[in-house]
Design a protein around this ligand. Sequence first.
Ligand code: CTP
Length: 402
Amino acid sequence: MKSAGKQTVLLGITGSIAAYKACELVRLYQNAGLNVKVIMTKHAQRLVGAATFRALTGNAVATRLFDDPGNPINHISLAQEADVLVIAPCTANVLNKIAHGVADDLLSTTALATTVPSVLAPAMNAAMLKNPVTQESLRVLEVAGATIVGPGKGYLACGTEDSGRMSSPEEICAATLRVLAQSKSLAGKRVLITAGPTREYLDPVRYISSPSSGKTGFALAHEAAQRGAAVVLISGPTKLLSPLGIEYVPVTTAEQMLEKASEHFDGADIAIFSAAVGDFRPVRRAEQKLKKGEDSSFTFDFSANPDILATLAARRNAARANRPYIVGFAAETEHLLQNAEAKRRAKGADLIIANDVSDPRVGFASDNNRILFVDDAGSEQTELMSKQQLAAIIFDHIQQKL
Ligand code: CTP
């Protein structure tokens, strides 16, 4: 159970030479008014003694899965007591393990069992950091919602100056405080998100769709859930796993997406339409697989799909209700600002998030994006960053408007 009053940081310390810096980190957390509980891996204890952290924190230091005789499921209670899990330093071994769900000691088991936000401060040799396996793990963890702090460049224990040095305790503490401040900021709010492509079948085996991966919508759903919102994610077909702790509603066609979004729209405080909805659907779907036959060409008649955002925004405007706050996206290849503002007005959105899909670094299915916020106060451009980082910035922006 969580204790009332002070928030608790569960600090995992792993076997990097930077482990001694965790002592300073504990002090910074305490100065910020936080309670600190420490888990140490076997290797971390060879570098700094558990007694040091027991003395610094005033709490028992957990070191093994089965070392608390009164509590055989220590990893679950530790995971539930915490408000945030921080692993600093986080070695390549622990990083790669937790990215793949390996749970073979107290810290990795706790990391797998926890549902609270996590902050990871990697510390490792530069070659280990650059290894594609580690890079993939960093990406997986970030997509899963972890906040990765650093690592920076500097003097490494192996004697070189390179990337892999753990960020300073001050930076890690600041990131932790940011995560904690955000973590309850949408408590009590309901967030509706549409995501992914829609799919319109021509016959039982062929369809038209778009290459949308759904990554942006899923990252937004994850971010909203981490901030304490009740999230409904309505998504067309993607290869992504539905984030934990949200209501996931899979759909296929634009009409199904409208029907489900319509059910959840009125109760929402924020509605974000990030789906790449197909604008057209075949007038008639063939019951049986179409055969090539003699003809060298096929002709299909298409009719327009409903515009989900515009349909639901019109319902809000007609009802003159204040909520939900409506966010749309605009994928453009030219005149970004003008097209986005025109879309905002035409569709009745409060905010349009525009991106230039002609830029090869961003656009459909990429991991990064760079966006332009367009609302009644004007416009604001972000840097190029990961979709998870953008999700955080998008909610920071929206929450200022609520
Ligand atoms: N949208 C929607 N339903 C549709 C089409 C779009 O809800 N049938 C939403 C998208 O989720 C997005 C916004 O409208 O939030 C703009 O989508 P976009 O594809 O950029 O624009 P379109 O309306 O399709 O216009 P165009 O293709 O002409 O640029």
